[in-house]
Design a protein around this ligand. Structure first.
Ligand SMILES: NC(=O)c1ccc[n+]([C@@H]2O[C@H](COP(=O)([O-])OP(=O)(O)OC[C@H]3O[C@@H](n4cnc5c(N)ncnc54)[C@H](O)[C@@H]3O)[C@@H](O)[C@H]2O)c1
Length: 445
């Protein structure tokens, strides 16, 4: 028996498996080498004091801060203005905005404010257009506005839940969609998303608030990947397309000449009315009825000429047979070309930064009444300063206080009952939220 050499066609499955294994091995080695570099870089940057660390300058940058009338927002406006940024504050509270503007201008800096309800998408888009026209291209967007009702799920009205979602997360989509394209075209920008520790650990009386803050984490991480994915993705290899046999040109089909009108069918004369039969007297003999004139026969309609098959005939047109169309040679089947992945507009923009900020309780009145057991509330000045520092370092995540980040892995590693006991018995998280008063009136509907 003759041993046949395996042909090229029988090789691909094994060869492609081998090349896949090789690709994975190569990428893993590159990843491990880079990981060593990232860990060393991170350790070095942690040890280097901020004073001697290069930080991004914000001088002349246009920075939009939403929720600029609130505790953290007002502090952000003040501290950013001190760094030379052109600050633009948005808020629903016109009184609060006046106070922020007064604080900033009292120190001799400029600030622009816009009253806008972030729960209203159209208002957000319209205000963004006004900022672009009146102030200029936005370099940094800080999505800081937030709202909380502090009620259990069954206490929360549907309207309250919707408001929390509109303000705390949906508005991020509208503002980023409004400002990101300009950042992309200028090759410079920064999106800051204010989340919360309640967006990393589910919090008592915060089904709506925690839900939206978890969403901010997902939003930030997904946006970060979109911006980072390199623009030129490797296109799949296209199979060779066999040459297509040339189709012979079709001769022009002569126009169908207009056909002479068909002869008119003679009108059938109306049958004359039958003369009334005179009343016959009962006894007298029946008078002879007058004979009814014969109705002339209807002239026969001439037969229509037969129409050749395959042609549509319009009424009253004679069809002449078209010339024979030569047979078209069979075209070889073209193999399916794999779909080319769409390269999204937002790809390949690593010069546009994204930072997620997740603070613990802040002393702004938003969580008034809450008394955390182990850690005191953070001060808004400290939160704003840490946030700006993190942004100037182009950090991707900023969790406050930093110690919280070491607690997070426990959530996935420890048994759920143990985590609950830690929260309930040791930290007394739910108990402290039971004292929640907050500062906003509960939306009744
Ligand atoms: N305070 C805390 O304990 C705490 C903890 C973690 C995270 N955060 C987050 O920090 C951010 C700032 O919070 P804060 O403590 O300064 O609260 P704050 O209540 O003082 O400020 C929030 C601001 O958002 C504005 N706002 C609310 N709804 C709005 C709407 N529909 N349109 C426009 N503006 C609206 C408010 O008017 C207010 O000025 C929020 O995103 C909040 O969720 C706060």
């Amino acid at each position: 028996m003759k041993f046949e050499e395996p042909t090229g066609e029988s090789l691909p499955p094994r060869a492609s498996n081998l090349s896949k294994v090789f690709d994975v091995a190569r990428d893993t080695v590159i990843f491990l080498v880079l990981s060593c570099y990232y860990i060393l870089e991170s350790m070095f940057l942690t040890l280097v004091p901020n004073a001697i660390r290069p930080m991004k300058s914000l001088k002349g940058d246009v920075v939009v801060v939403t929720g600029g009338a609130g505790g953290v927002g007002r502090q952000l406006a003040l501290q950013l203005a001190r760094l030379g940024a052109k600050v633009v504050v948005w808020d629903i509270s016109s009184e609060g905005l006046k106070k922020t503007c007064a604080d900033v201008t009292d120190e001799g800096y400029e600030i622009v404010s816009y009253v806008v309800d972030l729960a209203d998408r159209e208002a957000v888009y319209a205000t963004a257009e006004r900022v672009k026209n009146e102030v200029g291209k936005v370099d940094m967007l800080i999505n800081n506005a937030g709202t909380v009702f502090g009620q259990t799920l069954l206490e929360l009205s549907d309207a309250a839940i919707e408001t929390t979602y509109k303000v705390n997360i949906l508005s991020h989509y509208w503002t980023v969609k409004a400002f990101l394209p300009d950042m992309i075209s200028s090759g410079k920008g920064h999106i800051v998303t204010v989340g919360s520790v309640a967006g990393l650990l589910g919090t008592y009386r915060c089904t709506d608030y925690s839900g939206t803050k978890f969403a901010t984490v997902g939003f930030h991480e997904a946006l970060f990947t979109e911006l980072r994915v390199p623009k030129v993705t490797k296109l799949p290899k296209m199979p060779k397309v066999p040459q297509v046999v040339k189709v012979p040109k079709m001769p022009k089909v002569p126009q169908v000449p207009k056909v002479a009108k068909l002869p008119k069918v003679p009108k059938v004369p109306k049958v004359s009315k039958v003369a009334k039969v005179p009343k016959v007297p009962k006894v007298a003999k029946v008078a002879k009825l007058p004979t009814i004139p014969k109705v002339p026969q209807v002239a026969k309609v001439p037969n229509m000429p037969k129409v050749p098959q395959g042609f549509k005939v319009t009424k009253g047109h004679k069809v002449t047979k078209g010339p024979k169309v030569p047979k078209v040679a069979k075209v070889a089947k073209v193999p399916k070309v794999p779909k080319v992945p769409k390269v999204a507009k937002a790809h390949g923009h690593s010069s546009i930064h994204a930072t997620l900020v997740c603070p613990y309780y802040i002393n702004t009145g938003m969580f008034d009444g809450v008394t955390p057991r182990l850690m005191p509330m953070l001060e808004p000045q400290y939160v704003a300063a840490t946030m700006i520092e993190s942004v100037r370092k182009n950090e991707v995540n900023c969790i406050m206080p930093g110690s919280v980040r070491y607690l997070l892995p426990l959530k996935c590693l420890l048994p759920a009952k143990m985590c609950w006991d830690l929260m309930h018995r040791v930290m007394k998280g739910p108990q402290s939220m039971m004292e929640f008063k907050g500062k906003r009136k509960v939306a009744g509907g």
